[in-house]
Design a protein around this ligand. Structure first.
Ligand code: GMT
Length: 375
């Protein structure tokens, strides 16, 4: 199939899922066209059946807000006609499903039918899309999609609760290519981050409010009182300054490392002993899955789709949002002795295999076929 993928070209979340999906589909013989404003971060190689088409928005002084949706829908029309794209898969409803619908309508005028699959990722439903200023447009674009998917059962339930959705929603979880992770840890590289007798605890996110970065630091504060340990903070975002100030206040500067955005997340994870994800909301928690496939147990909240990913007492522990003391106690339990840690590490890796790319990507292929049948 010739598949157009629209996504955010970001370091994490929906952008990563869309990019990994496109690359997996190309390996299965499909022709993939990424259409977005910048080359997706994880799209390392443009092979013969992967193409990237940049959406440019010309600046004009009249516009306080540059009309990205307009430029995206025009680009979609052009690319569909030029490359004979058969199906469009948009990731993150805002504004991609809306722009995709406009492209569909423009193409219909020319007798071209373009089925559209919309994947809901989380904040497009639970935080942003739900705002009254966006809700009518988001509801409309979900209902105008030919196929709608959500990344967890929990997000499906949220969508049905918050929006008047008339479409069936298929749950297709986030996935991971388990063959990419060999777990070969070089002690020499690990020693750049921590001493051999220190546990390494990691948090990876876009450091937004929803990630409860303060809780990450406070959980670590409790852990380091009991165990020799280091905290590695990976990612960039609005809460970083607050987190750095808190680290200073708690006199943890020697124990906490802020790496910013990194292309070496898997390497950092492969040295890590524990992953912290105390989010307020998390429709799936791809970062937790990436940790688990690297054999890193997860201390998370039990919000949203996290209980579908992290298994209580097996791959880690889950607590109510804000339960910092409980999360710290569970972390200490996992880290306290080598045998317990080894067991949790093995379990985390086993749990990640449930979400292997080879079982999940065919689900999307079937949905593309379903979408092609509908139109
Ligand atoms: O985590 C974020 O804030 C980024 C966001 C996104 O859309 O890029 O992530 C959402 O989509 C991911 C991929 O499906 C999910 O794994 C995350 O759980 C989800 N984030 C939230 O629900 C907060």
């Amino acid at each position: 199939m010739k598949i157009g993928i629209v996504c955010y070209p970001t370091f994490g979340g929906s952008g990563v899922v869309a990019t990994e999906l496109g690359m997996a589909l190309s390996r299965r013989g499909h022709e993939i066209h990424f259409i977005t404003y910048k080359q997706p971060v994880r799209l390392e190689q443009l092979s013969h059946n992967i193409h990237f088409h940049e959406v440019n928005v010309p600046e004009y002084p009249l516009f306080h807000y540059q009309p990205y949706e307009l430029a995206l829908s025009s680009k979609l029309v052009d690319m569909v006609k030029l490359h004979k794209i058969e199906v469009l898969h948009v990731h993150y409803a805002i504004p991609h499903a809306y722009a995709g619908y406009m492209a569909k309508k423009m193409l219909e005028e020319e007798g071209i039918y373009l089925p559209m699959v919309t994947t809901l990722h989380g904040t497009d439903i639970t935080l942003v899309g739900n705002h009254p200023f966006y809700k009518p447009a988001v509801t409309f674009s979900i209902n105008s999609s030919d196929v709608v998917t959500s990344v967890s059962q929990s997000l499906k339930a949220d969508t049905l609760r918050l929006f008047n959705v008339k479409r069936e929603i298929d749950v297709v979880p986030n996935f991971i290519d388990t063959t990419k992770y060999t777990q070969s840890i070089s002690n020499c590289q690990r020693s750049m981050l921590a001493q051999s007798d220190e546990r390494i605890i990691t948090h990876v996110s876009n450091l937004r409010k929803v990630k409860r970065v303060r809780d990450v630091i406070m959980i670590f504060y409790e852990i380091q009182k009991n165990l020799k340990s280091k905290l590695i903070m990976v990612g960039q975002g609005p809460e970083r300054e607050m987190a750095e100030e808190l680290v200073q206040e708690l006199v943890l500067e020697d124990k906490v490392l802020f790496l910013g955005e990194s292309h070496e997340i898997d390497q950092v994870l492969s040295y890590s002993d524990l992953f912290l994800l105390p989010s307020e909301k998390e429709s799936f928690g791809l970062a937790a899955l990436e940790a688990m496939v690297n054999g890193v147990p997860v201390i998370s909240t039990n919000t949203g789709g996290l209980p579908e990913v992290n298994k209580q007492g097996f791959s880690g522990y889950l607590s109510d949002v804000g339960e910092v003391s409980e999360m710290a106690a569970n972390a200490i339990h996992i880290l306290q002795d080598d045998a317990t840690l080894k067991r949790f590490k093995e379990n985390a890796r086993k749990q990640a295999f449930i979400f292997d790319v080879y079982s999940v990507v065919p689900l999307y292929e079937n949905l593309y076929l379903k979408a092609l049948d509908i139109t």
